[in-house]
Design a protein around this ligand. Sequence first.
Ligand code: ZN
Ligand code: FE
Length: 258
Amino acid sequence: MQDLDFQTHLIPCLSDNYAVLLHEAQSGQTVLVDAPEEEPILKALAEKGWTLTHILITHHHWDHTQALESIKAQTGAKVYGPKVSLDKVPQIDEGLEDGSEVPFGESGFLAMGTPGHTLDHISYWIPDAEMAFTGDAFFSLGCGRVFEGNLKDMWFAIDRIAKLPPETIIYCGHEYTEANGNFCLSIEPDNEHLKRRMEEVKSLRADGKPTLPTTMLEERATNSFIRANDPDVKKALGMEGKEDWEVFAEIRTRKDNF
Ligand code: ZN
Ligand code: FE
């Protein structure tokens, strides 16, 4: 099989949301991950000359679904999203569960149930493109606030994302990297990888540029939330001998009050 040729386009929406387009040249198919705002998404599709075929929804929150109805009506794209949220997001054509597959061109997405931020949250992994779309479950240098699930659910969700291959390119639902990183520095002030990443993040933001995508290799070295299982992080918190999820719960609780 010939190598597939994937192209992405990151679209800033609302105040700090992102939508992402992924286009695969051989099949001509294009997927949109999340639908925060109609105008910038339709504009990006027109500029690229891509025809939207798929829309993937990560979770039911308004800032990820509000443009779904209009974009679906104007493009005819098929909408995939969490099966448990069919009542909240009636535009979903095909409901997904953990382990569901979404065919896309010559390859496909795997739906990973990642509850915690919301109970319905799905992250999407496309192994052939070495990419994952983590919505509000996992952020660069952070993770989502725990609204519907519990802290233990959230730890297992982000630890699962963290175990994707290190070369995996990660797109997330919000531009929260700088604030997250300032918090991570309060947990790991001596983490050299984190300090270097924050220099890069500050200069990107000063130029008005996105800090995404990131890679799992980078996040494993810098994101204190997924590093809750790291002996250095446990030690820094005086939590040696505690379970990974308990250390994560302490970090998440500190962030809520940061
Ligand atoms: Zn959300
Ligand atoms: Fe959100």
